[in-house]
Each structure stands twice: as C-alpha cells, then as structure tokens.
Unconditional design. Structure first.
Length: 516
C-alpha cells in the first residue's frame, strides 16, 4: 500500500476491498478521477459498482484499501462527512418525501433562515434558480407526490448540486428519462466539468457513455477488468468487457401478430394528462408508446390498468365495455400493468422474492382460510424456473440485482395469463444481459397470444421490440407508425411539441389507431 497520495489533486483509490462475511464483492480495486474529468463506470448488475460508490460516498466502509482526496487521506465516516468533504452521491432511487413541496425537499435539513425563522421566499427563489438551470420544469411550491419519475430525478440532482460539491457520483441519472430529457442531464454534467468538478458517471446506457465520458472503467465480479479512452471506445468493447465474452446485442422482429382486436380505446381523456386517445390492440401484438417525458404515456397506461380514473372515453376488451375503478377491476377483466417504479410501487423489498410473487394471488393459495408457506414456495419455484430468476427465492428481494428484481416483478404479474400486459420502462436500471432476457420474455408473451403495451423512454427499445409505435406529445396521440416506418427521426418529429417534422408532413397521424 502507498503511504502518500499518488497526486496532489483528484480522488484516488488503491486496493479497495469489501467483504460481507465470506462473500467478497469488491476485490482490490484501483481508481482515479481528476478535477474536470468524467470517468464512466460500467458493469453488469452485481459487478460491484454500487458498493464502490457507497464506499466513496461514506455509506459503507471498505474492508481494506486506501483513499486520498486532493492529496489528503480520505476516510469518510458517513454520507454527511463525505458531503462535508465535497463528495456527493446522486442515487438512482428516488429519496424524496412525497408530502413536502419541491423546494422543501431540495432544502431538507438546511433551510435558509431569517430572524430565526425559515425564509420560505429565499428557499423558493433558490430552488427556482437551480431547477431552471437544470431544465426541470416544475413549480417549487407544489408537492412532490404525483410528479413523474423524470421530474423527481431532476429534483434529486438539484438537491445534491445545491451543495456545490467538487466530486459528484451520478448513479444511473437518466434511467427514467427519455433521450431529450437525458440531454439536459448531459448539459449539467458538461457545465460541472467546465467548472472543474470531478464526475463518476454510472450508466447502463452505453451510447450516452460514449457521448459524455473522458475515460471508461469496467467492473466485473468485483474486479476492475478493463479501461478505455472515452473518445475511442466502442459499444462492442464495453459489452464484451462487462460480460467477459463475445456478446452480440441486437433486436429482432417479433412474431407476426394476430388479426383479432383485443383492446379498443376510443376518446380516452383525463384532465391535462391526456386527451382523445384512440387506438386498437391486436392479439399477440407488441404496441409501443413513445414520446418525451410528460407526454402522458405512463398516465394512459395507468388509466387502462384502473390505477387512475378517466373523465371521458371508452375501453373495450374483447368487445365488452369496461368500467374500471381500481387495478383489481382491471386484473379481473384481464389487464395487468407493471409500474416503472419497481422499488417504490412494484416490490416489497424486505420480503422474499417468493412472497412478492404470491402477494396478489394469496386468496388462491389459501386452504381453510390459511396461507401455507409450502404453496408460496412452490409458486416461487415455478416462476423462478419460468423466468430464469437468479438468486434465492426465500431471501429478501433487495438482495437481488436490478435485473433479477425486474424478473420477479414480471413473474409476480404473470402468475395468471392476462389478455393485455402493460409494462412501463421494462428495463430501467438493468444491465445489457438482463435487458436481452427481458426482451425475450416480452416476445414470448406476444408469441403466446398475449397483447403487450410497452411504455419506454428508450427509443431503441421501442423500435426494436414493437410491431407498431404510437407517438404521444403533450397528452395527445400524434402518430401511429408501423414497424417499417418507425425510425428515430420519424418518432422524434412527432414527439417534439409543435414540430412540423417529416412524419407529420407525410400524413402518418392516424387518430383512430387502426393501422397494423
């Protein structure tokens, strides 16, 4: 080990190790990032990235190793200690208090005061200033509850940057964002870099790594296995480094859908969230919902699944008009939705994977009014095999990687076979290998006759998976594109508010949504 810092500036780690009992999750890792530099950190779920970040941010202590910050030994005792030293971690998970306002969340624990009282006007003024700088369009006086995941992520970033840290760890900052909204994050990263801030940037989106990183470091199984210059690295090199073998990431067309219309939506409207939404969904079809953040995609999905009420319009399933007042009504009718927020709304993280899967179906697992653990275990084992879930089904689900958590969530809502399966951000925060596995699950569902609606911020995902793409903008359906016409340029021309793009000029807007 070294007795002094390798350099007088920057964050430097040497021989970092972390073990939990007999399990070693980080194995003698060396790492450096200098002021004004963006170092991207990549690796599959379970590679050790989160543990490494948590050590730097003072969340956990290393078992072995040394760190230096600007020439001085760095041993953070807590996240507060790390922040005091100028190191901030922006988490992927949203940690806002939903009943407080945006400004109250940004200034939580450090409100400005005047004459011994909280200066709310100053708090709102500063919040509005930093929100505007980041491009987050939200009133600082409104409560957080009900805001989209993208806006909440922007608030989390504002909250961290208000402290003016010199070292910032971005952990999947764009996981819930569309491409246009992600560009706002990139601009903020570039601004921080210009101001001399050192940045560690963690993302599964390899295209954005190539866009923003000066240097790329790859972890696998707790080891640092490769590094590249950001300007010259290819996606193929990064994928092969992550998985440790030659790996081809490619989309393939789904099986042809059937002709029978399963779901008919006509004139669906709810306040300012969405208006006059009409389309058909055929048996075995994978239908994509694309658009920028705030376009109303998730809100339409929630309305179809009974989570939110509609004010006008009609939903027909197999020709029968549905009256949905709750998700239970939709489930019983045959419509199931998987939320984008798997940790907040989808899973009970402290419960076992098997119990999570059984939770909605416990009535069918009872005998004489009692739920038998053996039945829960049997159901968990069946779904584990069906969806190739890696990990112990009897352990808390928060011990699993993001990809396996997502598989548990899919398995939970596919115990019974729905007619329509809606999945919102199906691969948010999962690595490339898990993405491919989830895509195969979705294709398999459609091939078995289930109709699928995929809501995603990743344009490549929508275009690669779906038979047809509906494009939304500002709460309205702007276009219905068959697979062969759904190019990134066509989708973005329709998605950008007020744009008179090629897709609109070519007459690809079909309000009735009856195109194949």
């Amino acid at each position: 080990m070294l007795d002094s810092a390798p350099h007088s500036t920057g964050l430097h780690c040497r021989g970092l190790c972390k073990s939990y009992g007999q399990i070693q999750v980080l194995k003698s890792v060396d790492f450096s990032v200098l002021p004004g530099q963006v170092v991207a950190l990549i690796g599959e779920n379970g590679a050790g990235k989160s543990t490494f970040n948590n050590i730097i941010a003072g969340v956990v202590k290393p078992s072995e190793g040394q760190m230096w910050l600007d020439g001085a030994p760095y041993v953070p005792l807590s996240p507060a200690d790390a922040i005091h030293n100028g190191v901030a971690l922006i988490h992927q998970e949203i940690r806002l208090l939903p009943e407080l306002t945006v400004a109250e969340n940004i200034f939580l624990g450090r409100q400005p005061t005047r004459a011994g009282r909280v200066d709310r006007a100053e708090m709102v003024r500063q919040s509005r200033e930093i929100l505007r700088a980041l491009g987050v369009n939200v009133d600082p006086n409104r409560v957080v509850r009900g805001l989209s995941m993208a806006v909440q992520q922007g608030i989390e970033i504002c909250k961290a940057l208000l402290r003016k840290p010199r070292y910032v760890i971005f952990d999947e900052p764009t996981a819930s964002l569309g491409e246009a909204d992600a560009e706002l994050i990139f601009e903020q990263v570039r601004l921080l870099k210009q101001n001399g801030t050192a940045i560690i940037y963690v993302s599964h989106r390899l295209d954005e790594i190539m866009t923003i990183a000066d240097h790329v470091v790859c972890f696998r199984d707790g080891n640092r296995v490769a590094d590249w210059d950001g300007a010259s690295v290819t996606k193929e090199k990064m994928i092969n480094g992550m998985v440790g073998r030659e790996f081809t990431f490619e989309h393939r067309a789904p099986e042809p859908s059937g002709e029978n219309v399963v779901l008919q939506v006509r004139g669906l409207s709810r306040g300012r969230a969405f208006r006059d939404i009409s389309f058909d969904l055929r048996q075995g079809e994978i239908l994509g919902l694309a658009g920028l953040i705030g376009a109303g995609r998730s809100e339409v999905g929630r309305a179809l699944s009974g989570a939110d009420p509609i004010e006008a319009g009609e939903i027909r399933l197999d020709g029968r008009v549905l009256r949905l007042s709750s998700p239970r009504d939709a489930i019983e009718a045959g419509i199931v939705m998987v939320s984008e927020d798997r940790k907040g709304l989808g899973l009970s993280l402290d419960q076992s994977a098997a119990r999570n899967i059984a939770q909605p179906w416990e009535r069918s697992l009872t005998r004489a009014g009692m739920v038998f653990p053996s039945r829960i275990d049997a159901l968990g084992s069946r779904q584990k095999e069906r969806f190739d879930i890696r990990g112990q089904m009897g352990l808390p689900v928060n011990s699993m990687s993001g990809g396996n958590q997502q598989k548990v969530l899919l398995a939970k809502w596919l115990v019974k076979t729905p007619r329509v399966f809606i999945v919102d951000e199906p691969t948010r925060g999962v690595d490339v290998g898990a993405k491919m596995a989830i895509y195969e699950i979705i294709r398999g569902l459609a091939a078995s006759g289930i109709s699928v609606i995929v809501i995603s911020s990743e344009l490549e995902e929508v275009l690669g998976l779906c038979h047809r793409v509906l494009v939304m903008s500002e709460g309205r359906l702007q276009g219905d594109l068959p697979r062969d016409a759904a190019t990134p340029e066509q989708v973005m021309a329709l998605a950008v508010p007020g744009a008179d793009g090629a897709a609109k000029a070519n007459g690809n807007i079909e309000r009735g949504g009856n195109g194949a």
